[in-house]
Design a protein around this ligand. Sequence first.
Ligand code: ATR
Length: 285
Amino acid sequence: MTTDAKTALLRAGIIGWPVGHSRSPVIHSYWIARYGIDGAYDRYGVPPDQIEAFLGRFSDHGLIGCNVTLPHKQAAFAACDDVDEVGRTLEAVNTLWLDEGRLHGANTDAYGFLANLDQAAKGWDKNPGAAVVLGAGGAARAIVWALFSRGFDPVHIVNRTVEKAESLAAFFGTGTRAHAWDALPGLLQTANIVVNSTSLGMAGNPPLEIDLAPLPETSLVADAVYVPLETSILKAARARDLVAVDGLGMLLHQAVPSFAKWFGKVPEVTDELRAHVVADLSKDG
Ligand code: ATR
């Protein structure tokens, strides 16, 4: 692990564009204080036309590592000397660290998705069957991989732009199927889990309005959106007494392996941390 020679302060942060909305500093700063680490975690806005240069000279920035958010996850993957298995599969990384001058990368998004469900809905993957993933962007890619890793098959990818669903299904191959939105009522009839990875339902965007009536009563509904915490699809799921899991836990859990890698301590996702981040989110009204 590298330290700042003058201050011995361990510096990490998040790079993205824009990056002002990111709650990662709230999470990591909470853990830095909680575990008494001589560290700091800040936001670094890096425009797309500067990302290659920024990553190419990573050791110049005084960072032991960083998180990577939109739109830089693929560029970060390309810049790494070494990438973990999930990052290689997804061709995108959200965590970087320097080790003896080499830039290492990992993808912890899939881990975050799984660890959240493991904590919030224990036993959710006991009888994996069909899954429905709404959306076909970067978040969907990590979630589809995560569901496969727990034995869900088939994984149906449903997207407004069906070509994007097709290209994501082709990326994963056997076990995935691409569909347009109008296939949903039929697909829901046999779905053990439905996950929203679109931006629908997020504050400022239109709500995600789908009829959950066809879902079996044992189905789980998860949302990757966490602003607001209680999205319309989660409300509809709870109204049917289905297990409903919000997206904040995914954000909290994806931060765990990053923090452990940089600061040498596996942090805990507690109710107190969750309340701390919820309080910060509420500042935005
Ligand atoms: P991320 O990397 O966070 O997944 P993204 O790549 O921009 O973000 O993906 C956003 C997803 O939300 C896409 O699946 C997008 O559908 P399209 O591929 O058709 O664009 C979906 N999405 C965004 N706005 C939508 C809307 N109004 N209706 C339906 N889907 C929408």
